[in-house]
Design a protein around this ligand. Sequence first.
Ligand code: PNS
Length: 162
Amino acid sequence: MREKYKKAVCPGSFDPITNGHVDIIERAAKIFDQINIAIIENPDKKSFFSLKDRVKMVKETTKHIPQIKVESFHGLLVDYSNKVGANAIIRGLRAVSDFEYEFQMALTNRKMNPELETVFFMTDHKYSYLSSSFVKQIAKLDGDISELVPQAVLRNLKRRQK
Ligand code: PNS
């Protein structure tokens, strides 16, 4: 009997995508048949990179993984997941400090849709300190982020500096 097709969403701000995100996505792609990377379009939260640029950078960075689709979404994540027929949400976990927020979000989403399971991937220790917020801070202050983010993000930042 054929196993159930496993489709997941990997949601986030991706402002910008970091090497930590890439590590989680590559590992998740070994387990799930299809992953929709769902980039939030949040009019209430000002992002550093535009939605269009965030989508473009994630697409460029993940083009080597066949089962990845990159999209933006707005509204509730459970509604988006339902629309695309996903049965799991992928999230990365770094330090203990991530736990409370992630726990709350997973339980809230489960309350709204008990069929949608949140699956956590532990970060690789190499990336346990890495966050998009610090990457932005370092970049704004002209620090070197070349080992923290994919090439597509570096190229975007170079263009902005011109
Ligand atoms: O990368 P982030 O900013 O930690 O991602 C947060 C995200 C986009 C996953 C979360 O804010 C989200 O799912 N927003 C959609 C609104 C929603 O469904 N809220 C209820 C669950 S918390």
